[in-house]
Write a protein that binds this ligand. Sequence first.
Ligand SMILES: Nc1ncnc2c1ncn2[C@@H]1O[C@H](COP(=O)(O)OP(=O)(O)O)[C@@H](O)[C@H]1O
Ligand SMILES: [Mg+2]
Length: 489
Amino acid sequence: MTADVGMLDRLARRVEGYRLTLRLGEKGRVASVGDGIAWVYGLPSAAQDEILFFEDGSRGMVFELQAERLGVILLDPAANVASGSLVSHAGERLEIGVGDGLLGRVIDPLGNPLDGLPPIAADGFCALEAESPPILARDFVSRPLYTGIKVVDTLIPIGRGQRQLVIGDSGTGKTSLALDTIVAQAGQDVRCIYVMIGQKRSETALVIDLLRRHEALAYTTVVVAEATATPGMKYLAPFAGCAVAEGWMRRGEDTLVVYDDLTTHARAYRELSLLMHRPPGREAFPGDIFYLHARLLERSTRLSPDYGGGSLTAMPLVETEEGEIATYIPTNLISITDGQIYLERHLFAAGIFPAVDVPLSVSRIGGKAQHPRIKEEAGRIKLDYLQFLELEVFTRFGTKLEAGTETKIRRGRLLREILKQDRLNPLAAVFQLAWMSAFNEGLLDDCEPNSVAETLHKIEAGLRRNPLALDTARNEWLARLKNWLDGGP
Ligand SMILES: Nc1ncnc2c1ncn2[C@@H]1O[C@H](COP(=O)(O)OP(=O)(O)O)[C@@H](O)[C@H]1O
Ligand SMILES: [Mg+2]
């Protein structure tokens, strides 16, 4: 048996060697160039996603294989490729430099610096297109990824290795929520990657500036394919971000990748596919658009201890129109991810920030990663809040309410006020446990919605003076909370 395996192995190597000689000997030519792509003929052994080398030294990537010709994404915008240029290949795939040299850096999807700083010192390379980790290498999601956002950490908690979609119309706070989450990772040992696809240069500059001002750039890499980039570069951007994260994950680190956003990514892929003459399907998207995002997001996971225990948490953003989440790309993404945070424009217009629609948001696995004390308190909060939202609908009809119902509504309104949060104001887990315990114990029942913030400040100040841990017993927590609310130390 071993002999057979050895023989197969040798045979496979010989075939591979033969293929390589074939490739090295092959020379193709460019038939035409335009829109960031080239058509090439004369390279019969070229494979999907393989790198091609043009005679001016620039590179391309095989995107479309046809009987007589190849559709190629040009990887160097300054390339001097013209029809008739010679093309060769050597069986290489597109890779990107990875490692801590990327922290604090802004790069394009090929890993070239865009921040005017020196070239990046990489520890190694990861392929942009890689197999997702096999089931055997995966572990359960068991550690929380705190966003510092009350409504998310309490009601829609995220675990490390989870895929959590952020969905909503333009201007409902998706980018803000993702940036808040990155800013909240200070001191949490999570390396972050922010992938910006097809945004204007001014927006890109704002995001980078915000991360820098909040000292979050030090543990973050920003991958940018601007609005003016070719569809090929926009298509590659999320895969580049994912590969950078995988480099860290394989070394046992925890990572968070934000894809801002996959609607723009899907459109770039559609444009690229149309340029490459792929047949359009629903909404003119190519038939494999589901597979495109599935294979990207399948790469997020938590690795088992045998594989280093690292994790890749994915936060893809997707833009809807008129709040419609049942359209093609959003429904695909909802079915691929482990949950969604739905930002709703009417809530936004009503001044409820962040504008999370709680009943339509869900986290299918994050609850398993919550600290048991947080989970216990959060479970009660969630029940109260969902019940309140249902009851509140009835109050609109002017129905006379029972006293018990009225209390529930009053507490619900208070809760809604507590869950409001300014941008860039992450609340650490102990502070979240504090307000949840106080609320559940009824210690905040006498507060008016417009004065509850003041009461919460009292608690937070007390907790800063005399820290308590998540593991501290509930009785002890309650005694201290009461003490602080009574003005004690
Ligand atoms: N929690 C919040 N509190 C106050 N304003 C917010 C909040 N979240 C977002 N905004 C504001 O809403 C606007 C749109 O937010 P943005 O994150 O760019 O939305 P999107 O990415 O969904 O288009 C921005 O001006 C932002 O400052
Ligand atoms: Mg945005």
